[in-house]
Design a protein around this ligand. Structure first.
Ligand code: FPP
Ligand code: MG
Length: 326
């Protein structure tokens, strides 16, 4: 695979993995490119640009590692399907947010408009399920369709809560479970299912916990930036009216933050609000929670179902999530 496009946690995993993993990841990448360009210029150009914009490919990597070195075609299809679902949700998310950039590049909606972006997202989602259908495994279709439902429910819950600074930590965590953790959980479970091995539920729990940690850290990064690393402006969540854990905790320490009117923030005001949240000291608290989640996730793999090689690859991915952001 093209290593220049691959982020550090993934290259670290590739460096220690045996040849089977990079080979299968390359095959996943090749199929993603083929799918993106298979639908004519109308949709193909934008779908291919979405794919080219990179991304961490954490989810397909988890599918393949959880499937193991003896897995074959089904695992590759499940990995492709999982990444396509992820890409579809990001394209749709950017439509809903009217987001100008993602991963440092113009979004599909910014380049091609709402109609085309909705179509590209629909295409990617449909192709995901076509991949699974080709494998013909009902449990895999069930797993990833319930993950897609969770993603949509998470997005709707986030819209429902927009600009509501009174939402509880539990509600925020519930939203994160639906919006982010569920697809990580499903990536791990579907990987194991595709190979028919034991330990699927332990792996699902591992995925859920690292997914939640990933979202917590993502929400910290929205406050800290810098935009050169995050690919988007600081305070984007606040400007979108998304109340995240840093703000929920900061409000307890500095109740005057409640006067910030999220619905009406411009870019400079959003940055100032980020500085005020950071000044309360809550970001370390959120980072610490995320680290705790990563450690707890790794402990789920202590049982007999896992080889040392599997444990160390999964631990690298889990640790890489935290290191990327520290
Ligand atoms: C990005 O997170 C958004 C999501 C993880 C979920 C978006 C879900 C939908 C748009 C529902 C559509 C569902 C399907 C199955 C097509 P974020 O907004 O926290 O992060 P960001 O900063 O990357 O935008
Ligand atoms: Mg978003």
């Amino acid at each position: 695979m093209n290593r220049s496009a691959v982020p550090p946690p993934v290259t670290a995993v590739m460096d220690v993995a045996s040849a089977w993993l990079p080979e299968r990841m390359s095959e996943v990448e090749r199929r993603l490119a083929e799918i993106a360009t298979a639908h004519g210029p109308e949709l193909g150009v934008e779908a291919a640009a979405t794919l080219d914009a990179g991304g961490k490919r954490m989810r397909p990597l988890l599918v393949l590692i959880c499937a193991g070195d003896r897995s074959e075609e089904r695992a590759i299809r499940a990995a492709v399907a999982t990444e396509l679902i992820h890409m579809a949700t990001l394209v749709h998310d950017d439509v809903l947010d009217g987001a100008p950039v993602r991963r440092g590049r113009p979004t599909v909606v910014a380049r091609a408009g709402r109609e085309r972006a909705v179509g590209v997202g629909d295409l990617l989602l449909s192709r995901a399920f076509a991949e699974l259908a080709a494998s013909g495994d009902e449990a895999e279709v069930r797993e990833l369709s319930s993950a897609a439902v969770a993603l949509a429910r998470g997005e709707l819950a986030q819209r429902h809560d927009a600009c509501d600074t009174s939402i509880s930590e539990e509600r925020y965590l519930h939203r994160c479970s639906l919006k982010t953790a569920r697809l990580f959980e499903s990536a791990c479970r579907v990987g194991r299912l595709s190979a028919g091995g034991p330990g699927a539920e332990e792996l699902a729990g591992f995925g859920r916990e690292i997914g939640l940690a990933f979202q917590l850290l993502d929400d910290v990064l929205d406050i800290t930036g810098p935009p050169e690393r995050t690919g988007k402006a600081r305070g984007t969540d606040l400007k979108d009216g998304t109340v995240t854990l840093p703000l929920i905790l900061a409000l307890r320490k500095d109740p005057s933050l409640a006067e910030v009117s999220l619905a009406a923030l411009d870019a400079a005001e959003a940055e100032r609000a980020c500085d005020r949240i950071a000044a309360t000291g809550v970001l370390d608290e959120v980072r610490e929670r995320a680290r705790g989640g990563i450690e707890s996730a790794k402990r789920r793999l202590e049982g007999e179902h896992f080889s040392d090689a599997e444990r160390s690859l999964l631990a690298l991915i889990a640790d890489g999530m935290v290191e990327r952001y520290s």
